[in-house]
Structures are given as C-alpha cells and as structure tokens.
Design a protein around this ligand. Sequence first.
Ligand SMILES: [Zn+2]
Length: 457
Amino acid sequence: MLRRINRWARVKSHPADAVRTLTSKLPATYQPIIRPLIERQSDLFGVPQSAFTGGGTASYARSSFSEDDVIDAEIYAFGSVLIILCISETLRLSHERNDEGEIVTTEEKSCTVRLTYAVPFVEDPDVAEFEKILAEIWNGIEFRDPPSRSRRLREMAQGKQNTTRLPTEGELDAAEALSDKSVRRLAIAIKSSSGLLLGDAPKQIPPRERGRIDAIVQLLIDKGLVDTEIVVICRDSSAQVNRVATADVLNGLDKQGVRCACGRPLSEEKHEKALSVTDFARSMLDGSAWLSILVLQYLLNFGVPIQSVRMEQEYSGEEVDCVAEIYGRLVLFELKDKEFNLGNAYSFGAKVGIFGPDVPVIVTTEKVGADARDHFARSAVADRRSRRYATEDPVGDGGIKFIEGLDSLKVGIEGIVTEIAGAALAPQLRAALSFSSAHPAALLAAWAGVERSSTPE
Ligand SMILES: [Zn+2]
C-alpha cells in the first residue's frame, strides 16, 4: 500500500545552501538521493558538478509541478519512508501608479518549504526528528498539513450532510461473518421465511456445505444475527400453533391452562427449534449493508479519512453506494451482492456520466457478466475520443475497475488506493528528480569545454 502525507510551511526566505546544510546535519539513517546522483553523473560525464547544480537557475530542468518555482530539492530514503523536500521561491511583481502618475513596480517574494512523505504503511511515520532538524535550518519553521477539502465530494453532495460513521465492532464482526456465502445465504433464507425450522436449514445452502450447518447456525447466533425460538407443532394437524422463546415457558402456559386447539397441553405437542433474524440482521442484510461496511472499513484501513467517504446516499436522484475522494480523485463504487449484469451496466454508466468520477469501481460478490464487460468496452472507446486533456497524472487507463469476488475485495481496494496515491505523489517526485538531471545545454557546454576555457587550468 502507499500513502501520501503533505506538509508545508511559508518562510520569509531560504538560508543559503539550505538543502546541503540539511543533508550534512541529518544522521546517516537519512540517505540523500539527488546529490549522490549528481556526483555520480558528474563522474561519468567527466564534467564538473556545476553543469548540474551550478550556474543558477538556467541549469535546472524545470518542472511545472505547481505555480511555485522549485529552486532546490532533495529526496531522502528514511527506512521505508521516502521524504521529498522541495523549496520554492516565487517572485510576484505588481505594477501600480503612484501619486505622481508614474508606474512603480514592487516585488514580493514568497518562499515555501514543502515536504511530501511517501509512506508504504497505514500508521503515521515518525518524522519528528527530521522536522526538528529542518527547524534548526529554517529558523522556527512551523509545518502545517494542507487542509483536506474534499472539494469534489462536497460538490457532488450539493450540501447534503455526510452521515457516514465508523462501523462498530459488532457490525464489522457481522459483516465479516456474512462475507461467507453460505452464511449469507442461510441468513437471507431465514430473513425471507417467517421463522425457519432448524431441520430445514441445511436445504438452504449448497449440498457440499451442509456438513458445516451447525457451525454456520452457531456463527449467526454468536454474531447477534439470528435468534432461536421454539415452535409448537400440533400432533393432530401438523400446524404451527405457537412460538415461544424457550421450552420452559411452555410449562408455565400449561399451568395457566393454555392449550392447543386440539385440546392437548402445549408441552405435550411436538417442539421444534426455529431460527429468526434479529433487527440487527435486517439492518445488515438490507441493501447489502454488510458489503458497504466491508468496503468502508478497507478504505479506512488503507488510510482514507472517514470525512472523505460517503456511504449510501442519494445524489441527483441516483442511489450511490459509496463515493470517496482520495487525494483529490473521486472514486465511485457500485456494490452488488450478485452477478453484475447488462442492466446494472447501463444504470452504472448513467451514474458515471452524471458524477464523472476519476475512478469508477464495480464491486461484485460474483462476476461482471460478459455482456456488461462488452458494454463498458464499447462505451470506453467513445469516452476515450471525448476525454479532455488532463493536467494531473492519470490513474489507470480511465476505464472501470472490477473487483470480482470477496476474496479480491481487500487487495482490490488496496490496489486502487495505492495507484491513486502513486499518481498523487508523482508530481512532487518528478519535481525533485528533475534536480538530478542536467540541463542539456549546460551539460553540453561543460562537455565542450566552454566552461573550462574560461577558467585556465
Ligand atoms: Zn394440537
């Protein structure tokens, strides 16, 4: 997995040779990458390092990573964390007329220090030491986390409140239990029956799974999804005449003179155990809420903040199962506890058209049908023709991503988050890497000896 953490600070000015000083102050656990790359290339080309770093801004290969001008950069490998440091300086000129009517140009310099951490794990990396040493060089610098605005999510929600909350332990446990197909099938069968006799339970699951029936029933009871009760069946008519929570209740009813329509005391009738779903189970099964909970939990596990996820809401008249804004990219999830068919493809295609997600994702517990795949392939060709020029690093090929089968759910969501984080990290990495490559003109000038001729040997 991969996460991006951005930190930045505005400073009055940059100390001279700030990056070099920082590198010299850092312990050996921080491996700089750009400077050694320059040294090595300078050796290989046989030209002075000034062809890479000297001679002012002209020798830098520029990147258009932001409005700022990056004036120096370094990359540090720190354990498994990659630290990208970019320092930038922007000169803003403003022209105004003074009282005498003359045009006066004023310069305003804006300096920033940007840190980008590429983190291949969920926990926050320990970078306190790094930022402390940084603060010694840029006196008293204070880093801020850029606010996570989730702009596109807010636009899409049109002022609707985000009702998404963290799943409870019990919900997660139940969702995991229900992700087992046989467990889920039995739960759904119990829900649609008005109390399923225990003896009929094995018929609800595939024959090869029937050996597990006792364990499955027990799991449903343990997770609070299913209650058991006693059904009283009349020995004469074979009709179910009563339901009670436990057999003990029947003795009490006998004493109070409650009897079956046939005249027998209830305790003497046939008793069978029956299963019924709890209200909790209904809430988990309705609209495949258990699947939504699993998707939400995996998103959270892979570092997506809960404010950036919205579950099961209606936007512009469309039911949206799950939408997340991940590093500024809108990801639209469609969840199906069945095969994803052509009809589903049309309806999802309409949602993609309305919301324009960067990454549309279909999660199905089964498969995406061949006709649905064909439909997406055809519309992808049409879409590619009309795709606008993107300034951001693209995520994938712009096509719809399929996650088929629950075994692929975790790894599928991890892959999507990692890919988006990679695309989000790319501009900063590119900006920093550009400092390790020479400007061709500066390199060739050095190679031709132009620089050497001006400094006699
Ligand atoms: Zn009876």
